[in-house]
Design a protein around this ligand. Structure first.
Ligand code: SF4
Ligand code: SF4
Ligand code: SF4
Length: 331
């Protein structure tokens, strides 16, 4: 493969210049003409501009951009005038968009699994140096927070759903590719612009607020961790993550990418019967059961405030307490 190979070039633009697996992944779903369009789609360009840049006839470009949108390599915006198309920007974005393409084959998913097993850590190591702050954050399971007065809208997945203009459910790409945990797959909730995108592309199914609440309930019962964009207003997705398949936990330093919530688990020792149910629920090894009369104890260094341990405690001995004040989160 020469340095000029366009699949390698796109891999480099996605942030993985040394990848051996990403170029074949791209090549598997994009032919030689299509990759020209993808590479030309930055800065965002109209059909006429893409035709001009690539030498491909406008009518053909018109058909190709539709296909590339469905494959998850092109997006478009229509602020004013003709729509402008722009290419996928990062490996994680390409991971999520391409895996859900309805034409994706088991071989394609297998190659993504190879990528996440073999090269994803290295990608994380390089990218973490450039991140100003973690791009996503954990939102706690809210039912057992000790004082509801301390819960802001951005700490509460149900409030995020309540305030949403549009909602869709989509499949969890990590479990589509891996899936060894056996947890529900169609359970990630797209919010507003992401829901518009998913519904238009056919990768999201429109849902009501009641259905979204039902999915949150199922996620909590299954012990999945809620993760959202690390912004004040969630306008993208509520991910419901498992321990086994989630690519976030496979990064060398997950805390560089995922902020903990403002809460931590708190054990009421009077009520705790040392049954260990919470021990199995915690992904983060933050709980130990110890003492002559065994009780659960929380390691504050490890607890990320997901609240998953609180859901199934038989004596309601586990609650969540606020440990950090609301910080200034970018809009
Ligand atoms: S980040 Fe979590 S919910 Fe999102 S795709 Fe991965 S495991 Fe699924
Ligand atoms: S599940 Fe509840 S009662 Fe059981 S060990 Fe954990 S905190 Fe204690
Ligand atoms: S102890 Fe574990 S499961 Fe409970 S809130 Fe902390 S990280 Fe989550």
């Amino acid at each position: 493969m020469s340095e000029q190979n366009p699949y390698q070039e796109l891999s480099k633009l996605l942030g993985a210049p040394a990848s051996k697996i990403l170029p074949p992944i791209i090549e598997m779903i994009v032919d030689e003409k299509e990759i020209k369009i993808v590479l030309a789609a930055f800065p965002p360009a109209t059909i006429a501009e893409l035709a001009d840049k690539t030498g491909i006839a406008q009518e053909e470009v018109q058909t190709m951009v539709k296909t590339l949108f469905l494959k998850g390599l092109l997006f478009f915006s229509k602020k004013e005038g003709d729509p402008r198309y722009y290419r996928v920007k990062t490996v994680p974005q390409f991971h999520d968009s391409s895996i859900l393409w309805e034409g994706a084959t088991p071989e394609f998913h297998k190659l993504w699994k190879e990528y996440t097993d073999q090269e994803w850590s290295e990608f994380g190591r390089v990218v973490e140096a450039f991140l100003p702050r973690p791009p996503i954050r954990i939102v706690p399971v809210g039912a057992t927070i000790e004082s509801r007065a301390k819960v802001l809208a951005l700490d509460d997945v149900r409030e995020i759903v309540n305030q949403a203009r549009n909602l869709a459910v989509t499949r969890c790409t990590c479990r589509v590719v891996d899936g060894k945990c056996g947890k529900p797959v169609e359970i990630c909730i797209q919010v507003n612009r992401a829901a518009d995108y998913g519904i238009q592309r056919g990768t999201g199914r429109a849902i009501t607020k009641e259905e979204a609440m039902g999915l949150l309930h199922l996620a909590e019962k299954e012990g999945l961790v809620h993760i959202v964009d690390n912004r004040q207003k969630v306008d993208h997705i509520i991910c419901n993550c498992c321990r086994d398949c989630c690519i976030n936990w496979k990064l060398p330093n997950p805390r560089k990418f995922v902020d903990p919530s403002r809460f931590q688990a708190l054990v009421n020792e009077e009520e705790c019967i040392g049954c260990q149910v919470c021990l199995d629920r915690c992904y983060f090894d933050a709980i130990v059961i110890e003492g002559q009369e065994p009780k659960a104890r929380i390691n504050p260094e490890k607890c990320v405030g997901c609240g998953v341990c609180t859901v199934t405690c038989p004596t309601e001995a586990m609650a969540m307490k606020e440990v950090r004040p609301p910080e200034v989160i970018p809009a």
